[in-house]
Ligand binder design. Structure first.
Ligand code: DER
Length: 224
């Protein structure tokens, strides 16, 4: 299907930026999965890298693909991280978390010297917020956190999966919060982070270095 083809194209393009000996932050989501598979092929061809996965799902896929894995107890820097996004605005600000891995993604992506975001063109928006903002919260008192988020203008909905409350890799909950239109993502993120029950938000501010976009007629690269 054309959407998968375009995700695969940008993912493979980004995977080719990875160089011998690098520590690579492995993003999460369907686009990142293509990147992981391509990196696995390159490892089979002899590339020496170590991967730090940003979710259990990415960890499992990377292991299946034969990518050697490491963690923060063994490395103190990440050369490059490659990850997807749900929305990207013209200032390269990101809205992420659709896949529920936003906390580990933000830790891995934030540690990387270079963060490359891989998206199909449907993710490019003029203003963040069409997609409900995922916010990871502690299960304890989540109802109070939801109330506080409402007071900031959001409409929080507790994420469920197959009829059960969705639990993240960090044993937290996710509130998907529709905001009327996020004019100032940095300010909204800062206000949300002050709420005690909020662990992390899906607003990735001033983090992306490059956006690789799959377009009808090829690939476009935006640079900060
Ligand atoms: O959850 C996430 O942040 C993922 O990166 C997600 O936003 C992108 O997933 P996709 O590549 O499957 O659209």
């Amino acid at each position: 299907d054309p959407m998968e083809r375009s995700k695969k194209a940008v993912a493979e393009h980004a995977a080719n930026f990875v160089k011998e000996g690098m520590v690579v932050g492995l993003g999460s989501g369907s686009t990142a999965n293509w990147m992981i598979k391509r990196l696995g092929e390159r490892v089979q061809e002899g590339l020496n890298i170590k991967g730090i996965p940003s979710s259990f799902k990415s960890e499992r896929l990377a292991a299946e693909c034969g990518i050697p894995l490491t963690d923060f107890s063994s490395v103190d820097k990440i050369d490059i991280a490659i990850d997807g996004a749900d929305e990207v605005d013209s200032d390269l600000q990101l809205l992420k978390g659709g896949g529920g891995s936003l906390v580990r993604e933000k830790i891995v992506d934030g540690e990387a010297e270079q963060l490359i975001i891989i998206v199909d063109e449907t993710k490019i928006v003029t203003r963040l917020g069409e997609f409900p903002l995922p916010i990871e919260v502690t299960p304890f008192g989540w109802e109070l956190t939801a109330e506080n988020i409402s007071n900031l203008g959001g409409k929080p909905k507790l994420r469920h999966l197959d009829g059960e409350i969705f639990v993240t890799n960090n044993d937290n909950y996710i509130l998907d919060c529709k905001f009327p239109g996020i004019q100032k993502p940095a300010e909204l993120h800062a206000s949300l982070k002050l709420l005690t029950g909020v662990v992390e938000t899906g607003l990735f501010i001033n983090m992306a270095d490059q956006i690789i976009i799959a377009k009808q007629d090829g690939i476009e690269i935006l640079t900060k």
